[in-house]
Ligand binder design. Structure first.
Ligand code: KG4
Ligand code: ZN
Length: 351
């Protein structure tokens, strides 16, 4: 079985073809960084127009790279939310049109489910597992028991962690997206120079908070003499900020692991997914934590942590295998929490 996946929910125009034996036959990501750079962030209207211009060519390329025709596909999956709605509509409509003209199954994939199931494609992870989803817009712990079955255990009470990386990067004068720039700067920095707070550390449960940490970074920058940050100051702030984030996430994960283990003693796996999972310091910290408590820590390779079409194709395969296809009148959703996927309208068909 091979499925085409289309991802257009933010500023990546991406498509991929994936097989049910977990092989990625082709994977193309066009990053719209250049289109948005001058604005210091993603402009939704520009993103939607760029997706419209670029998507056809990206799809043609993944078909060519994989050496398959549309007629060889077993289904077409596209992100149908959550995300910037203009872009989501472009991807979902393209997928529906292809599915309609070829009579192929269409899978309306939740973008977060794409991130959530990636580790099953890359590392053959079995259910149930504990998921830490860390991206630009989301930051939560979920218990994953099957495709479409997500139980929310804890989440950020303010900013998503990727958002905190992006905002701190902006304060330090780095470009967009900020996460990779902060990580690069942190490599030469002194993580002990600034004693940033560890919000929520030690608290019961596994909720998180990052806005206070962001405010401390702003204050530290203001307290430094002069109007411009030296490279050393920027590197030290980046390293100290990244260390605080990793510390907090490890503490919250330790709590989530205990809670998850009580409910699912057969799980023993932590999967980290979403763009921030590309961060090496975070991967190392969470891997060390898991080793201590006897959990397996699975983090997909960085290129499959940030937005891509392969994760959407894979989620499409998992849904198609279960008969969870969607009608062509499925309406794209700007907001679509993962926990809502277990709702009646998307539950398994009764045999
Ligand atoms: O999953 P993703 O590609 O898009 C969303 O669905 O949001 O995540 C993007 C987020 C951005 O906030 C970006 O700064 C962050 O992931 N990110 C990173 C790294 N690479 C991407 N954060 C920290 N370290 C990185 N290496
Ligand atoms: Zn994402």
């Amino acid at each position: 079985m091979i499925v085409l996946g289309i991802e257009t929910s933010c500023d990546e125009t991406a498509a991929a073809i994936v097989a049910d034996d977990r092989r990625i036959l082709s994977n193309v990501i066009y990053s719209q960084e250049a289109e948005h750079r001058a604005f210091g962030g993603v402009v939704p209207e520009i993103a939607a127009r760029a997706h419209l211009d670029i998507l056809d060519g990206v799809i043609r390329r993944v078909l060519d790279d994989a050496g398959v025709g549309i007629g060889d596909l077993d289904g077409i999956a596209a992100t149908a939310g959550p995300g910037l709605i203009g872009g989501v509509i472009v991807g979902a409509m393209t997928a529906k049109a292809m599915a309609a003209t070829r009579g192929l199954p269409f899978m309306a994939v939740n973008h977060l489910e794409g991130h959530a199931l990636t580790a099953r494609m890359t590392d053959d992870v079995g259910f149930p597992y504990l998921l830490l989803l860390v991206s630009g817009g989301h930051c939560q712990f979920l218990a994953v028991t099957a495709p479409g079955q997500y139980t929310l255990m804890g989440s950020t009470v303010d900013d998503a962690v990727g958002e905190a990386f992006d905002k701190c990067a902006k304060m330090m004068g780095f470009g967009f997206p900020g996460g990779p720039a902060v990580e690069a700067a942190a490599r030469t920095g002194d993580a002990k120079r600034f004693a940033f707070p560890r919000p929520m550390k030690g608290r019961a449960g596994c909720d998180m908070s990052f806005s206070g940490l962001k405010t401390s970074v702003r204050q530290a920058i203001l307290d430094l003499p002069g109007d411009t940050l030296s490279d050393t100051d920027a590197a030290d702030i980046a390293a100290s900020f990244q260390a605080a984030v990793a510390d907090v996430l490890a503490d919250r994960a330790a709590h989530a692991i205990v809670e998850f283990d009580e409910a699912h003693p057969d799980g023993k796996t932590l999967v980290v997914a979403g763009g921030v999972a590309a961060n090496t310091a975070l991967r190392e910290k969470l891997t060390a934590l898991c080793a201590l408590v006897g959990f397996r820590c699975v983090v997909p390779p960085p290129a499959l942590c940030t937005d891509n079409g392969a994760m959407i194709a894979w989620a499409g395969i998992e849904r198609l295998q279960l008969g969870l296809t969607d009608d062509l009148d499925f309406a794209p959703r700007p907001r679509w929490p993962l926990a809502e996927l277990s709702g009646a309208e998307r539950s398994l068909p009764v045999a």
